[in-house]
Design a protein around this ligand. Sequence first.
Ligand SMILES: [Zn+2]
Length: 484
Amino acid sequence: MRRVLGFFAMAVIAAFAAVWLATLKGHLELEIGNWQIHMPAGLFVAVTTLFALLVIVLGRILGLVLGAPQALGQWWQLRRLRRGEGALSQGLVAAATGELKDVQHWRNRISPTLSASPLGLLLAAQAASLAADTQAEAAAYEAMLNHAHTEYLGLKGLFHSALTRGESERALELGLRAYALKPRATWPVQALFDLRTARGEWNEAMALLDDAGKTRLLAADVLRRRRAVLLAVQALEAEAAAPKRALDLALEALDIEPGLLPGAILAARWLIYNSKDRRAQEVIERAWSVAPHPELATTYGAMFPRETTPQRSARLLTLARVRPEHFESCVLEAQQHIAMSRWSEARRVLAPWAHDEISTRICILFAEIEERQHQDHVAAHDWLLRAAQAPRDGDFRCSRCGWSSPHWQALCGRCKGFDTLLWIAPTHPAPQEQMPTKTDAGTLASPSATALPVPDDPGPDDPGPDDPGPDDPGPDDPGPDSTV
Ligand SMILES: [Zn+2]
């Protein structure tokens, strides 16, 4: 519409101009040598105007002709650039989906200039990674260090390459450089913390946590837990040379994480050594309330060497009642009943845990009951067989790689993960409707097929604390059911 209006306006102006020129009075006389020109003024103005327009048009045409090679070159270059960018995009998409052949196909369509660009280097690194070409990958990451936009990415890639090759010093150097480049980024802090702890550089790791706390790079609970574990491991290392400092570090760790096993054991040990038995008991009871563990019970039980078995069992039962629903508390309670030859009580405590995922330790306790109460070697043997087939528990297991250890340690022995070892124990007893129930036959059987039948205690308990030996089954005692 605008064009039509414009054309119409131009036509009107031209018509007015033609009328004006036709009615313009006067004429032009020009004499050049023998040449004489007589011309009306209107015609002269028209010819002059047309001549000027002709000069302008010819000038434009001449400019286009002379600039054509350069324009053609620019057009060709732009076309190649667009095609290269398209190939680069396709290549990056293929790399993200892990299609190596497609990546290589699109890489071959990229110009050398584009290949040297940050995105081109990223594609080269990803292609090398997919092809497991470590040298090419390292070369791409090295080239990235020359670009401000990709330096951080290059450092990260080289850091992981160095770790893969086991070059800890080189990785540390690269990690520190990345941290200096982006101190508020999460990755350098996390990577450096993992590396520092894997190298046993606890003070440097703690300094990183302090920085991360100031910049809020890590969640508060993560910071708290890591700080406590670092304090505990420092306490363990200081124990031989500086027990007082070790105790202070352990107590500081416990202030942060009361359930931290190594801190509680170390603190209790040195509190007992310093005759602060009540304080040691409080430390263990508090740790047990958070995270029960057999080692806590062992330390707790050994506090008073001169006490009698009933006295020790009574104290340990008190500890078990701090967290009565926990598996370790049930095991501890059952152990005390067994020590006191209270077989029915021991069976009652263990029964809820005798389900289809029965743990090794529960089986072993049942075997001990059968052996000591009735000298039933066959039943005891069957329980031990079941123990061998049961899921292993009572170990620390790495949540990252599955490596297990009977003892706590800050670092996984295989993957060097920091604080990745978790205590493996059953978490839930059998649901109430699946718990073994007493039948007329005198056995503990479950209405559900998922719960294991548990042999009942057919004989009377031996209440005598001084005679922890097996009960003497009466003549009416049907004996244990061989339900295993
Ligand atoms: Zn591991």
